[in-house]
Design a protein around this ligand. Structure first.
Ligand code: SF4
Length: 449
């Protein structure tokens, strides 16, 4: 198994002139950064060809990055940690929905249109299905190839081409040339045969073998032959085995710098009831899946999986934020009251949603709080009477709104006095602690006012 180079080993390959042009004071300091994957070799303008050859491989991310889809807008790999809390997971699991060549034409059209049109809005992000898998179950190669083209054109998504017949895969690959779709090779022999097809059509290839040893042999051979657009498909026979294999491969890639298993994966979820399928997809999202293919289009299942994926792949070190500003809710007019909350996305969307549900029209004042929730921002001094008043002055709230009712979250009732002093003429009202109580609060306090 290949091992990572240490800082001292890397330093021996550098010019050792300590010229500082890379931004580090010494070559050793730069070598240490390279070893910790906090710098790129290209930052040293004097690195020799030998160093580039040796370090180039060592500097690659443990899980190779790969760009997919028309315009190369979908990225997989580039992962550097085993656990999300160590840093962050870089590129989220991509979700695909399968369509078969044996499905009735009307059903195929409906599935492809559903994939194209499905959109989930969640905490300010627009989420969609990223791939279509096209599976050949019949015998007609042309029908399979034409369905691949139809999937690409109708759904507007790259496709995973899946067949036991290499000739059918080659025919379909030609139809989706240049789309950075994926050929799913059914065996090592087929992968060797289809390698040239993938290169010719600028597609990636998912490869498989009966066991990990066979897979390692195959990826090593492909890589040594210059083919790098590789994805891995494991042949697991149970959810437990899939979980274990995903983990073994990712651990080998990240902890052991083991290149033959350092690729993103493809998993076809199938052969169970909806709950079993969902559990398998959850496994992929939580434990290192690259592309997860669902057997059918189910908007409820997609919504649950996309929400989970958002949680797993959001960088825990960077709170998701909304822009600090005054947001209208409903038919807000100058006479509508002003609610206040922080710019943590989740807080904003929950609070705005609850006010909207109440049927009231209002304004939501969202000052800059560095993406913290209400209590955290208050404890950090980012959500005080003075800071809210300062923001209100900056956006000239007095000119935008004539109503002088301002509702603050119940959890920060203690800032009401300071806020009242900082905003003369405003009537500061302490709202409920929980956003879930906003609807009844609005009905009881505001509509009766
Ligand atoms: Fe050393 Fe290269 Fe950095 Fe100069 S630029 S200090 S030679 S690593």
């Amino acid at each position: 198994m290949a091992t990572k180079l240490s800082g001292l080993q890397i330093q021996k390959l550098l010019p050792k002139t300590n010229c500082k042009e890379c931004g580090s004071n010494t070559c050793l300091a730069f070598a240490m950064k390279l070893a910790a994957q906090k710098a790129e070799l290209s930052e040293c303008p004097y690195a020799s060809e030998e160093a580039k050859a040796i370090l180039g491989a060592a500097a690659e991310p443990p899980v190779a990055s790969i760009l997919l889809g028309p315009g190369k807008t979908l990225k997989l790999g580039d992962e550097t940690v085993l656990y999300r809390h160590e840093k962050t997971f870089a590129n989220r699991t991509l979700l695909a929905v399968n369509v078969n060549d044996t499905d009735a034409p009307a059903d195929r059209d409906r599935i492809l249109a559903s994939i194209r049109d499905y959109v989930l809005e969640r905490v300010g992000e627009t989420l969609a299905v990223e791939f279509v898998a096209v599976t050949q179950r019949g015998k007609d190669r042309d029908a399979f190839a034409n369905l691949a083209k139809q999937a690409l054109d109708t759904a507007g998504r790259p496709v995973l081409l899946r067949s036991a017949d290499p000739a059918a895969l080659a025919a379909a690959a030609a139809k989706v040339k240049g789309s950075r779709s994926v050929i799913v090779a059914p065996s090592p022999e087929a992968a060797r045969e289809l390698r040239a097809v993938a290169v010719e059509n600028n597609l990636a290839m998912s490869v498989t073998a009966p066991d990990l040893d066979g897979l390692v042999k195959l990826t090593t051979e492909l890589r040594d032959g210059g083919f790098k657009d590789i994805l891995l498909q494991f042949q697991a026979h149970s959810l437990a085995e899939q979980f274990q294999t995903n983990t073994v491969a990712r651990r080998a890639a990240i902890k052991g710098a083991y290149k033959p298993l350092g690729y993103a994966t493809v998993c076809f979820v199938e052969g169970g009831d909806r709950l079993t399928e969902t559990a398998a997809a959850v496994n992929e999202i939580c434990k290192y899946g690259g592309i997860c293919v669902l057997p059918s289009f189910d908007p409820a299942q997609l919504a649950a999986l996309m929400t989970l994926r958002l949680n797993i792949y959001t960088d825990p070190q960077k709170p998701i934020q909304v822009e600090p500003k005054l947001y209208p809710i409903g038919e807000a007019t100058a006479g509508s009251p002003v609610f206040v909350t922080t710019n943590f996305s989740l807080t904003y969307f929950i609070v705005s949603g609850e006010i909207e549900n109440s049927g009231a029209s209002a304004w939501l004042l969202v000052p800059e709080c560095e993406g913290m929730s209400v209590l955290t921002a208050w404890a950090a001094g980012k959500f005080s009477g003075a800071s809210i008043a300062k923001f209100a002055r900056e956006i000239e709230l007095d000119k935008q709104v004539q109503c002088r009712d301002m509702i603050i979250p119940g959890y920060v009732a203690q800032i009401s006095g300071e806020l009242e002093e900082s905003m003369p003429g405003w009537n500061i009202i302490v709202g409920p602690q929980e956003a879930a109580d906003l609807e009844s609060f609005v009905k009881a306090r505001l509509k009766s006012a």
